[in-house]
Write a protein that binds this ligand. Structure first.
Ligand SMILES: Nc1ncnc2c1ncn2[C@@H]1O[C@H](COP(=O)(O)OP(=O)(O)OP(=O)(O)O)[C@@H](O)[C@H]1O
Length: 261
């Protein structure tokens, strides 16, 4: 039977040149989880994602994907990825939303290979999943940063992966749309049973969305369920970040409290 963890890192060490960027990293992502990875700038978050994706090779430790050693793993279409700064198009970029999403089906062949009409329902389903159906024929460069990011998520899920990995997807999303963006991710996680792994600085916004949290600062300071994360004291978090952090609490958290009188 396949492992219940879709991704596992065991005792990972990584350095680019001199200093260790990642030390003794252990992480297990259960099937169906929505994991938020937080940490200060330069703490190794993107590097950890690149190791999972096989783009960087760790000095020490092992990576398991769906229970299989990464070196033997071939089903890369099961893992969708949207990199940082994926949405940096200028207004003249000559491709429509539909074409960009369709290109997710021909990753090896490049952006503009023609795709037959029989794939149309699959492409339209991915566009609907990110609520961009009204913009299907628009040029990508004419959309806001947040809308472009949705299109890149549709491109990453059009091949129906089991896991979607996102590196800071709310960069370029204006603050009033961040919440609806996370609502959409929560919907993808629940309705499509898509395991989500997301690097973010929005620690306050994510704690009422994600099921698991990982706090990384070269080593793994915390990794566990959101309920357990709620028990981590704010003072410990500030210590780990090196500055004050604001953490919003669950909306429902106080509604269960007994009235004081
Ligand atoms: N290609 C590279 N060559 C050398 N050092 C690198 C390279 N990429 C990243 N680093 C260094 O590795 C460390 C971790 O970088 P990484 O991008 O993984 O951090 P991050 O947590 O994703 O940061 P941010 O939140 O700023 O995106 C940083 O000190 C960075 O300067």
């Amino acid at each position: 039977m396949e492992s219940s963890n879709v991704i596992e890192l065991k005792n990972i060490h990584y350095r680019y040149d001199r200093d260790l960027v990642l030390t003794n990293i252990n992480l297990a992502v259960p099937r169906g989880a929505f994991l938020g990875i937080v940490g200060p700038n330069g703490s190794g978050k993107s590097t950890m994602l690149k190791i999972i994706l096989g783009l960087q090779k760790p000095r020490k430790g092992s990576v398991l994907l769906f229970g299989q050693q990464q070196s033997k793993f071939r089903d890369w279409e099961r893992i969708g990825y949207v990199s940082q700064k994926a949405n940096a198009f200028n207004s003249g970029f000559p491709a429509t939303v539909y074409e960009i999403v369709a290109s997710g089906l021909t990753k090896k062949a490049g952006l503009f290979r023609m795709i037959g009409n029989k794939r149309r329902p699959q492409i339209e389903k991915a566009i609907r999943a990110v609520s961009m159906e009204d913009f299907q024929d628009r040029n990508i460069g004419e959309l806001s940063g947040g809308q472009q990011q949705r299109v890149f998520i549709a491109r990453a899920i059009v091949s129906e992966p089991d896991v979607l990995i996102l590196d800071e997807p709310t960069v370029g999303v204006d603050s009033k749309n961040v919440q609806t963006f996370y609502d959409m991710l929560e919907r993808l996680n629940k309705e499509l049973s898509l395991t989500l792994m997301l690097v973010t600085h929005d620690i306050g916004t994510i704690t009422n969305k994600v099921t698991h949290v990982a706090c990384l600062n070269n080593t793994m300071h915390f990794h566990g369920s959101t309920e357990d994360f709620e028990q981590v004291k704010d003072s410990e978090l500030s210590q780990f970040y090196g500055h004050d952090v604001q953490r919003l609490h669950h909306d429902h958290e106080h509604s269960h409290e007994a009235p004081t009188r």
